[in-house]
Design a protein around this ligand. Structure first.
Ligand SMILES: C[S@@+](CC[C@H](N)C(=O)[O-])C[C@H]1O[C@@H](n2cnc3c(N)ncnc32)[C@H](O)[C@@H]1O
Length: 230
């Protein structure tokens, strides 16, 4: 596999290196996304497309237990390495598997997260149905993307080389709605205006969101986090 294919399915030594780099490069967008999640100490969480395992580690600081799943064995290995101590203490479990058919019972999780991964999911609407199946009633699904699927020129550049699909917050909201999710809220970071747009039922509010300390390229990305309830 080459550099571009590795983004959606990391393989070999190069894939391992790219995942380590993603653990670092995705930190700002992940932390920003996680601000919109209220993790309680008795929550059981599933992180789909866990990659290098940093978000599993972050969430395990607050939750009762965090599971990470990824269909790439290289991702599974690195997530296992990064979370070694937490796994020993029973706070984290990393498994190999595909979002299309999650190896978990119905209504297992309080929270399911998906950071920087939905671009690669085949038949995304069906995958969202699978997420709903494993969520407990009232459970929360968070989707984190460093693309608004529209006018984001850096992500548009990637799309020329990588087999991926980018979605707007409206598209994500409609996939969620079609699966019966409710209380859908989209948070969109407007880096240029240093504001965050909060969209609920088509209504927008803006709040100040100073992100002046992020890298140069991140200033131009329009990050999107969508949160919905089962
Ligand atoms: C760009 S990486 C993001 C990794 C990590 N979530 C992060 O934010 O750094 C995408 C990850 O999603 C995983 N992935 C893509 N499609 C998947 C699927 N259908 N089922 C499980 N994992 C998937 C890939 O193997 C890869 O590890």
């Amino acid at each position: 596999m080459g550099f571009f294919e590795n983004m959606g399915n990391p393989q070999g030594k190069l894939g391992n290196m790219q995942l380590k780099s993603m653990n670092k490069e995705h930190t700002p967008v992940s932390l920003w996304g996680l601000k919109h999640l209220d993790i309680k100490d008795d929550d059981i969480i599933l992180d789909i497309g866990c990659g290098g395992g940093m978000n599993v580690k972050r969430m395990a600081e607050k939750a009762k237990k965090v599971f990470g799943i990824d269909y790439s064995i290289v991702s599974v290995e690195l997530s296992t390495e990064v979370n070694e101590d937490l796994i020993k203490n029973g706070l984290v479990e990393i498994v190999e598997g595909n979002v299309q058919s999650l190896p978990f019972e119905d209504e297992t999780f309080d929270i399911v997260t998906a950071f920087e991964t939905v671009y690669f999911w085949p038949d995304i609407e069906k995958c969202f149905g699978e997420v709903k199946r494993v969520l407990k009633p009232g459970g929360v699904f968070l989707i984190g993307m460093e693309s608004n699927g529209d006018n984001n020129f850096i992500m548009k550049f990637w799309k020329h080389f990588i087999d991926m699909e980018m979605y707007t917050d409206e598209e994500i909201a409609s996939f969620l709605e079609n699966n019966g999710f409710s209380e859908i809220t989209a948070y969109i970071r407007d880096g240029r205006k240093k504001q965050e747009i909060i969209k609920v039922n088509g209504k927008e509010t803006r709040v100040n969101d100073d992100y002046s300390n992020v890298s140069f390229s991140d200033k131009f990305l329009e990050w999107v986090t969508v949160v919905a309830k089962k």
